[in-house]
Ligand binder design. Sequence first.
Ligand code: NAD
Length: 355
Amino acid sequence: MTAFWTEPDFDDHEMVHFVRDAKAGLTAIIAVHSSHLGPGAGGTRFWHYPNPKDGLRDALRLSRGMSYKNAMAGLPMGGGKAVILADEARTKTPELLAAFGDAVEALGGRYVTAEDVGISEADMVAVAKRTQHVSGLPVEGEGAAGGDPGPFTAHGIYLGIKAAVRHKLGKDSVAGVHVAVQGTGSVGGGVARLLAADGAKLTLSDIREESANALAKELGAETVASEAVLSTPCDVLSPNALGAIFDDDTIPALQAEIVAGGANNQLARAGHGAKMFERGILYAPDYVINAGGIVSVASEYLARRDGTVCGRSDVLDRIGHIPTRLEEIWQESDASKTSPDVVADRMAQALIGRG
Ligand code: NAD
C-alpha cells in the first residue's frame, strides 16, 4: 500500500490507525480527521472491500464528513470513522468485536465509535464490554436519550423539509405539498410518517417494492418505480436511500423545486451542487439536514461520560437547531450566488479551524 498521506482523499487527517489482529480475524482502519472541537466521533462500518484501498478511502472520506457534520450540528465532537475490513463471507465473531473494542480503548478516547453500515446495536453492546468510548447503546429508562438514531435523523429531516418549503415556496405548512421519498427504510419511512401527519401529498419509492407498498397503504400515499423517483414531478424530492445519486445524468432530469433528504454523500462529485443551483433547485446539504442521529448518539455518549442525564427532550431541542443552520446556509447562498453545499463546506471548515 502506498503512503496514506498521498491518497487523494487524505485531508491532513490527524490520525490514521491500522489495526491487525490475525488471531481474532480483525483488520481495521480507524481515522480521526479533526479533534479541534472534541474527540473524533463517527460510526464503524463493517464491509467487504475486494480492494483494501477502498476501505482506506472510505475511512478518510467518511471521517472528514463526520468533522463537518458534528461541527455544523454544534456538537463538542471532532470527526472520526472506523472501517472493519470484513472477509468475503462477512465473518463477524465475538473475538473480532472484542479485539475491535480493545483497539478503540487503546486510543484512550481520541475516537468514539457507534453503529454504521453492517454494525448492529447488539454489536455495539459487545464492543462496549471492552471500551467505554462507544455510543448507540440500548436506551435505559423512559425518556432517556440514545438507542437507534434513525428516528432522530428522520425528525431532523422533517424539520429541514419544513424549513426548505418555507424558504423556497413561502409556505408555513407542508399540507398539500408534494414530497417524493426515495427509500422507505428507517429514515425515509420516519420522514414519510411525519410528513403524512401534516397532510403532505406523498409519492414513495423503494427497490424493496413491498416496503414502499406497505407504507403507502398505511399512509394513503402513491408509489413510483425506483428508476422513476428522481425524475418524478414534485415540490420536494427527499433522497433517503443511497449516496452519489445526483450526477450529470440525474440532475438535468430533476423535476423538483427542493432536494432535502438524509442519504449521505448525495452529490456524486464536487460541482454537482452548482449544477443544481444553476437549475434553481434548493438543496439542503446532506450532512447538515441528516445530523439528528449523531446529535442523539453524541448526547448519549457525553451524558454517560460526564455522569449526567440527557433526556430525549434535550436531544429533540438540539435537533431543533437544524432548520436554523440550513436557513443560514441558504441566506448566504442567495447572497453570494454560491451553491449551498459549498457554503456549508466553508462554514464547517471555519468551525474546525481550517477555514
Ligand atoms: P435503511 O437500510 O433502513 O433504508 C434504506 C432503504 O433504501 C431500504 O429500504 C432500501 O431498500 C432502499 N433503497 C436502496 N436503494 C434504493 C434505490 N435505488 N431506490 C429506492 N430505494 C432504495 O437505511 P437508513 O438507516 O434509513 O438510511 C438511509 C440513508 O440515510 C443512508 O444513506 C444512510 O447512510 C443515511 N443516514 C442514516 C442515518 C440513520 O440514523 N439511520 C443517519 C444519517 C444518514
